[in-house]
Design a protein around this ligand. Structure first.
Ligand code: NAD
Length: 323
């Protein structure tokens, strides 16, 4: 069994490889070659108030079988100086059931989530997109910005965050990427941005329907649980809506609200994988608003972890344990 510790991941994973792995697995899901298993998410008893769970799946063609185990320990940072999100990916040989790899999952989660919105930008945004709008300035936001700017010739980043004191993360990341950054209010962000990424833990909409102009692509990446919401439900009724997995989108994703309010039906939510495969036209006109509801699936983790294992073996840094 190959072990790739968390500390080795940064040197082994490239944005190109994460993008390719996530794009391929979305396409496989849409063809019916890969499927995610039901997600388990449980509150643990005790003073840590932790949430723990499993996200797994199988990709019959890509050869991936496994799960990501982990969750959220809200007191890790203050009590132990450890990050609050902790996860590990386990891969198995689909032919025998033998474990093949154990891979640190913390950095991988940020990279595969950023790769998902980047894949949506590559397939759904207008090719002439120039301004990137960022809503959210938490841990994920820097990864999102770095992956997004590889897809279009962005010339400027505009950003808004509920907690303005966190905006330095966005300005620092834009500077690292050589792009000008401007902190703006939400109406200005909507008026300027060609592509908007929203990645917050909000429980109420920040981006409203009236903020968004025709032709915009929006990647809603923060809503992955019942009750969370980042954009007004009416925006989904005006947009062509796509997702990683329809069942998750309408229950725990951004579409839960528009579907719950009867503004759109489950059948109005398309798969990004179908766009990748050419089975769905995706954006039809330059004036379409496209919206990607990125809920996060286990197969993304397995795909990116598999690519890390390959790189670790090639680079001669994989720890091989007789298990
Ligand atoms: P974080 O805790 O580092 O940052 C949270 C962000 O949400 C900050 O920008 C904060 O200002 C903002 N926020 C908090 N309360 C808000 C409110 N009431 N209104 C508007 N904004 C508010 O978190 P993170 O690691 O950056 O993750 C952000 C979100 O993305 C979380 O909800 C997380 O669960 C989700 N996530 C989704 C996926 C996926 O695959 N879709 C993967 C990883 C994380």
């Amino acid at each position: 069994m190959i072990i790739v510790p968390e500390a080795a991941i940064a040197g082994l994973v490239s944005p190109e490889a994460s993008f390719a792995a996530v794009e391929a697995v979305f396409a496989a899901m849409s063809r019916g070659d890969a499927r995610n298993f039901p997600v388990v998410r449980e509150a643990l008893p005790g003073p840590e108030e932790a949430l723990y769970g499993f996200k797994g799946g199988v990709d019959a063609v890509g050869g991936a079988l496994g799960l990501k185990a982990g969750g959220y320990w809200p007191h890790n940072l203050e009590r132990r100086n450890l990050i609050n999100h902790q996860s590990t990916v386990f891969l198995f040989d689909p032919a025998t059931g033998k474990p093949t790899a154990m891979v640190g999952g913390n950095l991988l989660t940020a990279l595969r989530t950023a790769a998902a919105s980047a894949v949506s930008i590559a397939h759904l945004s207008r090719p002439d997109s120039k301004v990137l709008g960022m809503i959210g300035a938490g841990h994920q936001s820097a990864f999102q910005m770095r992956a997004a700017v590889r897809q279009r010739g962005f010339e400027k980043v505009v950003g808004w965050n509920y907690h303005p004191e966190m905006l330095s993360r966005l300005s620092d990341t834009a500077a690292e990427l050589g792009l000008p950054f401007e902190a703006v209010d939400l109406p200005t962000l909507g008026a300027q941005a060609d592509v908007i990424i929203s990645i917050t833990s909000s429980q109420a909409p920040s981006l409203m329907d009236a903020h968004v102009r025709p032709g915009t692509h929006i990647a809603c990446m923060g809503t992955d649980t019942k009750g969370k919401q980042e954009v007004e439900a009416a925006l989904l009724a005006r947009a062509r809506v796509f997702t990683d997995e329809v069942a998750q989108s309408v229950t725990i994703g951004e579409a839960q609200h528009a579907v719950g309010q009867g503004l759109i039906a489950e059948g109005d939510v398309g798969e990004l994988g179908a766009v990748i495969n050419g089975d769905n036209p995706g954006r039809i006109s330059a004036d379409d608003i496209t919206l990607f509801d990125g809920t996060g699936v286990g197969l993304q983790d397995l795909a990116v972890a598999s690519s890390v294992v390959e790189r670790a073996i090639e680079a001669g840094v994989a720890l091989d344990v007789d298990f």
